[in-house]
Design a protein around this ligand. Structure first.
Ligand SMILES: NC(=O)c1ccc[n+]([C@@H]2O[C@H](COP(=O)([O-])OP(=O)(O)OC[C@H]3O[C@@H](n4cnc5c(N)ncnc54)[C@H](OP(=O)(O)O)[C@@H]3O)[C@@H](O)[C@H]2O)c1
Length: 339
C-alpha cells in the first residue's frame, strides 16, 4: 500500500449525527473559506480530493466566492460516480446582502455548485449588515443596523419557501445568540436543525451549546482549530492560540498527533460537528482519520474544559452599526438583544 492509499478513510467508518429531522449529518465537514491565503482553485482541488478520500460533508458559502469552482469539483466526482449525490452533505449560506432576495441567492448557489438541492441552507448572520470583502476591521457600513425580529423573520420565511419548493432539505442558523433564538423560535414554522457557531477549545460556549442541544439543534463548530493562521487583521493581542494550549498539547503528545487533531477529536466527542479548513492533504485527511482512531479519555475530556478561555476570535466588528459600542453588542452578552 502506498502512503497515498493510506490517506483514505472509508466513509462508513466516519460517525454521523442524527438531526431532529432524522437525517444523518457526517460528524465532520470540510471548511471552504480560503480567505486571502489560498486560491479558489486550491480550495476546489481540496474538495475534490477530500471527497475521493472519504469526506462526505462540505461547508460552503456564497461569500467565500468559490462556489463555482467547488461546483466543478462536485460535478466531476458525481459524474464519474466516485460518490452518489445522496451520500453527500452540502451546506450553503445566504450572505447578509441577499436577505431580501433569498430565492435568487439560493438558485445562484445551486447553479454555481451544479446541484439540484442543498442539504442545509444557513442564514450566515442573523442581520443584513455586510461589509465589502477584505475591508478594514474598523470600517462601518452606514446601512448597518441592530438585529430586528421582523427582518430576521422575513428572511427566514423566504428560506422556509425554499424547503417547500424542494431546493433545500434543511434550514439552519449561524452566529446566533440565546436572546435572539428566544425571540424568533416561536415564529419559525420550519425549525432550524443546526446552528453554525464558533467552537474551539478556548471558546466552548457551554451555555449556548446546551441551549441548542436541549432544543434539538445540532451545533456545527466553525474555526474548530482556532483558525491558527488567519490574517493578521483578524487577530487581537488577547487572542488565545488553541494549538498552544497546555492541555491540548499534553493530549497531543500522549496520542503522538498534531494538537489540531486533538481539537477535532475533542469537538466530535463533545457532540458538535467541526468543519476544519485545509487545502493540505495530510491535514484534511489527518482530521478525518482522527475520528476513526484513539479517542480522548473521559478524564481528558474533563481536562479540556480547562482550555476554555471564553476567547471569541470572530468578533464580527465589521457588522456593527453607527452608534454601536463595540463588537460585544453583536453577541447579547447580558442576555438581551442589543438595540
Ligand atoms: N458560519 C460562519 O460565520 C463561519 C465563520 C468562519 C468560518 N466558517 C467555516 O469554518 C471553516 C473553518 O474555519 P477556519 O478556516 O476559520 O479555521 P480552522 O479550521 O480552525 O483553521 C484552519 C487552519 O488550521 C490548520 N489545520 C487544519 N487542519 C489541520 C490539521 N489536521 N493539522 C494541522 N493543522 C491543521 C491549517 O493551517 P495552515 O493552512 O496554515 O496549514 C488551516 O488553514 C471555514 O473554512 C468555513 O467553512 C464559518
Amino acid at each position: 500500500m502506498t502512503k497515498n492509499d493510506s490517506l483514505r478513510v472509508e466513509p462508513d467508518k466516519v460517525p454521523f449525527k442524527v438531526l431532529s429531522s432524522g437525517a444523518k449529518m457526517p460528524a465532520l465537514g470540510l471548511g471552504t473559506f480560503g480567505s486571502d491565503r489560498f486560491s479558489h482553485e486550491q480550495v476546489a482541488e481540496a474538495v475534490e480530493d477530500a471527497i475521493r478520500r472519504g469526506y462526505r460533508h462540505i461547508d460552503c458559502a456564497s461569500v467565500y466566492m468559490n462556489e463555482a469552482h467547488i461546483g466543478k469539483a462536485l460535478s466531476k466526482v458525481l459524474k464519474e460516480g466516485a460518490v452518489e449525490r445522496e451520500a453527500l452533505w452540502i451546506t450553503g449560506k445566504v450572505w447578509n446582502d441577499q436577505h431580501r432576495e433569498v430565492e435568487k441567492a439560493c438558485r445562484q448557489t445551486l447553479k454555481d455548485l451544479q446541484l439540484d438541492y442543498l442539504d442545509l441552507y444557513l442564514m450566515h448572520w442573523p442581520f443584513p449588515n455586510y461589509h465589502a470583502p477584505g475591508c478594514d476591521g474598523d470600517a462601518r457600513n452606514p446601512d448597518s443596523r441592530p438585529f430586528s425580529v421582523e427582518e430576521f423573520m422575513d428572511t427566514w420565511q423566504q428560506m422556509e419557501a425554499l424547503v417547500e419548493a424542494g431546493l433545500v432539505k434543511h434550514l439552519g442558523t449561524s452566529n446566533m445568540t440565546i436572546a435572539k433564538f428566544e425571540l424568533v423560535w416561536p415564529l419559525m414554522k420550519i425549525k432550524p436543525v443546526a446552528n453554525e457557531m464558533e467552537l474551539h477549545p478556548s471558546f466552548q460556549q457551554p451555555e449556548l451549546f446546551d441551549y441548542l442541544v436541549a432544543k434539538g439543534i445540532q451545533p456545527i463548530g466553525y474555526s474548530p482549530i482556532g483558525s491558527p493562521n488567519r490574517p493578521e487583521r483578524d487577530k487581537t493581542p488577547e487572542d488565545v492560540v488553541d494549538v498552544e494550549d497546555p492541555v491540548v498539547q499534553r493530549i497531543a503528545s500522549r496520542l503522538d498527533v498534531h494538537p489540531a487533531v486533538v481539537c477535532i477529536k475533542w469537538a466530535v466527542q463533545r457532540g458538535q460537528v467541526p468543519i476544519p479548513f485545509s487545502v493540505k492533504r495530510e491535514q484534511y485527511m489527518g482530521s478525518l482519520r482522527a475520528l476513526t482512531e484513539e479517542p480522548l479519555t473521559l478524564q481528558e475530556m474533563e481536562d479540556m474544559k480547562l482550555a476554555d478561555k471564553n476567547c471569541r476570535l470572530i468578533k464580527g466588528q465589521v457588522f456593527l452599526w453607527e452608534g454601536a459600542q463595540g463588537w460585544e453588542d453583536l453577541w447579547d452578552l447580558d442576555g438581551k438583544v442589543t438595540e
